[in-house]
Every structure is written in C-alpha cells, then in structure tokens.
Design a protein around this ligand. Structure first.
Ligand code: KDG
Length: 339
C-alpha cells in the first residue's frame, strides 16, 4: 500500500474514556483511572510500536481529561489536536468480572452520556489543528464507536470537505482504516447502516466474525466482499482462531492466532488494529501484518489494562510450527520459546 512521500503518521479519532479502577467509584469524576477508549488504545499501542501517531478528539476540563492527555503525551502520541471542553466531562467506564454460562466474563459499566466526546460537532473537521494533522498523515483510523459517540464530527469527516475526511476524493492523500466495533446498545434503532456505509468508504476494514454477521449479514470472506467491494483489505478476526484478510481481487491471506492464557480481553481488538496498522504503515506483506495484529492482541489479553506494547517483533519470523507451539501468559511466553 503506497503512502509515498508521507510521514507514516497515523491519526486516530474517537472517544477517550477514563478506565476507572474501582467500579464503585464510577461516579467520581476524579477517581483513579487509566487512559482508554478504542482509538486511544490504538494510539498508545502504535506509539509503543514506534509508529508516529496523533490522537484527536475532545476531553473534559477535568482530572480524567488531563490524565488521558498526559498519558498519551508520555507515550509519545501527538496531543496537539486534542480539544478541551469546559462544559462536559470526560467519559468514564469501569469493568467487572462476572460469572456467566461459559465462565468468567467482563462486564462494562459506562458513564459516557453527555461526555465531551459526544459534543464534538461538524466544526471538528474544520479545526486547523485537525486539518494540519490530516494533511500530513498517511492513515486516519476511526471506527464504529466513533460513529456512535461523535456522529456529527464523523459525518463531517465522512463528507470529505476538500482533501480531508473519510469520504474525501480518491485517491486520498492518506488511507482510512475502520474498525467496525459494533456496540448494539449504542444504536437504539438497531440499524447498522451508518457503520456499514462508513466501512464501505474505508481502505482497510477490521471486523470480528460475529459483528460482520450482525452488520453485513455474513462473515463469509467472499460474501463480505460483495457488501464491501471498495476497501483494499477486509480483515475478519475469528476470535482465538485466526485472522483472515480478503484482498480486493478476492484472494485471501490467513494467519492463525496465538494460544493465550487470557486475563481480560478488553482492548485486544484495538491492539490487533494497531499491530495490523504498524505493518501496513511500514509496507509489510499482509501475512506479516496479521501476525503483528496477533502479537499486539496477545499482549493486551494477558494484562488487565486496555493497552500494552506488542510482544517482541522477533516472533514475527517464526516458522509456522514454532508459531503454533507458542503459548502466551501474563509473564510473556509460557511455552515454545524460540532459540
Ligand atoms: O466498549 C466500548 O463501547 C468502549 O468504548 C470501550 C472500548 O472497548 C475501549 O476499547 C475500552 O478501552
């Protein structure tokens, strides 16, 4: 994928959330927390992999907004495109582990209604700090949560005024990656049309197999391509099994996932996206990019936070059998240590 003459910079746009450590403190706007939110996670994971990245969006003029901005900056993410909203708080969320029929599962508790992110309007796309960053970017990364929380801002980007936006005239000076991130509860009418439309305008689409079924009516690679003829690459993540990339000409690249002793899964999809983008930004072949996605996801699956640096890049070069023999746990590689 050519992004010649550009800096390799990725711009991530979405909702920042404060991940509050104690669910009982979720209503406290100063509760101890970590930086989270899908595109914030992607930005942190990209920065950890050494990819130049900016995060743009709105945070509240409150301790959590400051924490998120400082966390991003400390990780090396460009924060010059962040807007501070004096009138609305930063969104918050907490997670708890609860037992379900198939064992322990994560439950997420949100305080995001009326958040600073949700007030980002059409003017966001026109702000000089945003236009400058997009003008210099190789990639814009957004997703279905952005579409639900910041619809006006994303619509403006999708309108593609001039040379910037999800729907800007092609060839655009940068690629757009779109993570479907379907959240049923965020779409009261249950209609996935907006998300499907945005995905169709992107260059690279990431989707879980289950959400592909829900949003496009199929997770079958060929069938999905009929719904998404435009993107260069459609990546279907099939849980702990594999990731499948369907190229525009219909050819398919598949890479198995790693065996992982999962601690907590939130953020793994974002880490997969960051890994994939890391490879794509660097012009690597798609199989290697999928492996980078798995290495990123595995690193987040074994921590209770929502972002983490990817596992060592030397694992990318393992043969098929050595890769299949790896098992990753909280301390790193549990089985199948390569020489
Ligand atoms: O699940 C959601 O709706 C969120 O916005 C949280 C995201 O999953 C995010 O990745 C958590 O850090």
């Amino acid at each position: 994928m050519e992004t010649a003459g550009r800096t390799g910079r990725v711009v991530c746009f979405g909702e920042a959330l404060a991940l509050v450590a104690d669910p009982g403190a979720l209503d406290d706007p100063a509760a101890p927390a970590r930086a989270a939110g899908a595109e914030v996670n992607v930005a942190l994971d990209l920065a950890a992999a050494g990819v130049p990245v900016s995060w743009i969006g709105r945070v509240g003029d409150d301790p959590h907004g400051l924490l998120i901005t400082r966390t991003l900056a400390a990780a090396g993410v460009d924060t010059g495109g962040i807007e501070v909203d004096p009138a609305h708080p930063t969104g918050r969320y907490a997670k708890s582990l609860e037992s379900g029929v198939d064992g322990l599962r994560t439950r997420m508790h949100y305080r995001r209604a009326g958040s600073a992110a949700s007030t980002a309007g059409a003017e966001l796309a026109q702000r000089p700090a945003v236009r400058e960053r997009l003008a210099a970017a190789s990639w814009l990364h957004v997703g279905g949560i952005t579409a639900a929380v910041c619809p006006a801002a994303l619509r403006a980007l999708a309108a593609g005024t001039g040379s910037v936006g999800v729907g800007a005239r092609r060839p655009r000076p940068y690629r757009v990656s779109f993570d479907v991130n379907w959240r049923e509860q965020m779409w009261p009418d249950g209609d996935p049309a907006v998300v499907a439309d945005l995905a169709g305008r992107a260059d690279v689409v990431l989707t879980g197999a289950d959400e592909a079924d829900r949003v496009f009516g199929t997770a079958d690679p060929a069938g999905l391509r009929e719904h998404l003829p435009g993107p260069e690459l459609v990546v279907i993540k099939d849980g702990a099994e594999r990731a499948v990339a369907v190229h525009r000409d219909g050819t398919v690249t598949t890479r198995p996932a790693l065996a992982v002793d999962v601690v907590e899964p939130v953020g793994a999809g974002d880490a997969f996206a960051a890994g994939l983008l890391t490879g794509l930004v660097r012009g690597e072949d798609v199989g290697r990019c999928l492996r980078r996605g798995h290495l990123g996801a595995a690193a987040v699956l074994v921590v209770d936070g929502d972002s983490a640096p990817p596992l060592p890049a030397r694992l990318l070069d393992l043969g098929v059998e050595a890769w299949a023999g790896l098992r990753i746990g909280p301390g790193g590689i549990v089985e199948g240590v390569p020489a």
